[in-house]
Design a protein around this ligand. Sequence first.
Ligand code: UD1
Length: 425
Amino acid sequence: MEKLVIEGGVPLRGELKISGAKNAALPLIAATLLAPGTHVLHNVPNLRDTRTFLKLMEELGCSYDYTGTTLNVDTTTINHSEASYDLVKTMRASVLVLGPLLARTGAAKVSLPGGCAIGARPIDFHIKGFEQLGAVCTLESGYVTAAISDGLVGNTVYFDIPSVTATENLLMAAALAKGDTVIKNAAREPEIGNLIDMLISMGAEIDGRDSDTITVHGVKQLYAAENRIIPDRIETGTYLIAVGATGGEATITDCCPSHLPALLEKLRKAGFTLSEDESSLHISSPRSTEGRLLIQNTDITTRPYPGYPTDLQAQFMALMTLSGGASIIHETIFENRFMHVAELCRLGADIKTDGKSAFVTGKGEAGLVGAPVMATDLRASSSLVIAGLAASGKTVISRIYHLERGYENLVEKLTGLGARIWKER
Ligand code: UD1
């Protein structure tokens, strides 16, 4: 199995280009199922998750051409409406085909995602939403089946917690429903705005983009269209933190700084200097007059957008292990998202957890020391990369397939900033 080897301690410097967002690409590919024809998507990141989703699309009967970052998906034929366990078990986002398949064909069957490394992650909001639009949903043999005989009918749907993929699934289902659907307490992540823009370009009528109440005026038909995936804000945040943790200075291009309000504020609080324009960010690290890296201890609490993203919690924790004081990290979105703690401690980090809180005592000048560690989930893995880049000596990360799910050309991008990082068998 491949491993990632890092010789740390090199301040990252230079310029780095951000890819399209994984969490936007997946729902936008799913949305192509709503209308027969050839859809064109630009800025699609070449990731394990994208390729898995395209495999699923093929299983449903669609075909595609993926050249560079442009994806042409032909959804003229759908001859199957089932997402099998084999695919869903590797990528939870497969549930995103439920809404569009139900709306277009009147039936959909998707394996239950089951338990996942970062928590229970149920799909009850998705099911409740479809039922409120008139679908009959059943759970049997590990699969959820949703069916409707005479078309979906708009309704008001309220989510107890703003859920990103449940909001996306309902938006797609409601686009072809009869009448209006109002989604209350909807999630407001930028990826949802990207999906709404795509649905509108396909002929959907939607009000309330970027707000927690979205109204979908159902239409009879949608059409194939051409759209662009937004820059990956989690990838942007990960590299900003990596540059900061190594005491470096870099420009991140092709990104969207306005999608990272909470992280940018926290980085400034931690002492970093940031400047930004519409599509790029420059970060430089705080140093004493003798040249020592001086990261300020800073607390974070994860929240739905525009709050601090849970997908950047592990990375910020890695940064805080290098600060000059104590910080508290509260995780309010997922119940088991501290799997990286034990691994960070192997590099010498001082972190204690109690329920949803992690207490980090920064190592300051002493820093971290490289060690063998194991990647546990996608974002936890990137926190280990950050820690390894900042640590003195060698860090070897195993189970790196997690990283390949969500970071395009990670090794090449970091090497471009001067990191000593490579893959080994
Ligand atoms: C999406 C992102 C993931 C990110 C997460 C939170 C994609 C493909 N994935 O995941 O990277 O970490 O948002 O920003 O976009 N919940 C329920 N019942 C449901 C659905 C959700 O109880 O039916 C709960 C979850 O357990 C969690 C919270 O709602 O506590 C938010 O989760 P949700 O926004 O749904 O996460 P995902 O959409 O799975």
